[in-house]
Write a protein that binds this ligand. Structure first.
Ligand code: PEP
Length: 250
């Protein structure tokens, strides 16, 4: 059985005080216990404070990192730095990184290797644009992103990878994919993983859905056989709504 994994992506939001209060609210209100894995991915400047406030009750992740270990890369953070302040996860290849900052699958792949080498869990995002879905290219786009972003990842490493399927047209738009639409792509992603890593590994990898997940649509999405959690943007910025989504996974 795959343990559901609900992660919040705060993006470039909150003050330090708000972030600290938010993670405390999640930690205090979470009644799911060990049955659901829960994490928040905070802005990098607040990670240290959020890890301290989480007090080990909620996992913490970075929203991105650079692939090099250290050096003259102004403005970047390394996977080792995220680990050093107590993160367990790093979101990689989020659609905003791909489409606003121009990250390619090759860029994401280098970061995946850096994150795995640091002993952290990469949450690798894939997902199609609206025009790609409308022209029937969803499965090709997702396959290219999956194989491109995970090139060179070994069987052993794949066991700690989390995939997030996030259709770009559903992110921050309020247009959630139907459970059937999401499940179709999730099942396709698992088939791609089985082809590359075999069934035993593929069956253990969690695939989160992301794109306008809210307390009132979470349970139905999460009841699909290949939807193993959620990556949540807007609704992760309020403890109550994030807790409502966690409850939907339980
Ligand atoms: C996201 O940023 O990964 C996301 C899914 O955002 P939202 O939940 O706001 O659509």
């Amino acid at each position: 059985m795959r343990r559901p994994f609900i992660a919040g992506n705060w993006k470039m939001n909150t003050t330090k005080a708000e972030g600290v209060a938010l993670v405390k609210g999640v930690a205090e209100g979470n009644t799911a216990g060990d049955s659901v894995e829960v994490a928040v991915c905070a802005p990098s400047v607040y990670l240290d404070a959020v890890v301290t406030a989480a007090a080990g009750k909620v996992g913490v992740g970075a929203q991105n990192c650079y692939h090099e270990a250290s050096g003259a890369f102004t403005g970047e953070i390394s996977a080792a730095m995220a680990k050093d302040v107590g993160c367990q996860y790093v979101i990689l290849g989020h659609s905003e990184r791909r489409h606003i900052f121009g990250e390619s699958n090759a860029d994401v792949c280098k970061k995946v290797h850096a994150v795995l080498a640091a002993g952290l869990v990469p949450i690798v995002c894939v997902g199609e644009l609206l025009e790609e879905r409308e022209s029937g290219k969803t499965s090709d786009v997702v396959a290219e992103q999956m194989y491109g972003s995970l090139a060179g990842v070994t069987d052993e490493q794949m066991k700690s990878v989390v995939i997030a399927y996030e259709p770009v047209w559903a992110i921050g738009t309020g247009k959630v994919a139907t459970p059937e639409q999401a499940e179709e792509v999730h099942a396709g992603i698992r088939t791609l993983m089985t082809a590359k890593y075999g069934e035993a590994i593929s069956e253990g990898v969690r695939i989160q859905y992301g794109g306008s997940v809210k307390p009132d649509n979470a349970a139905e999405l999460l009841s699909q056989p290949n939807i193993d959690g959620a990556l949540v943007g807007g609704a992760s910025l309020k403890a109550d709504s994030f807790l409502g989504i966690i409850a939907g996974a339980n």
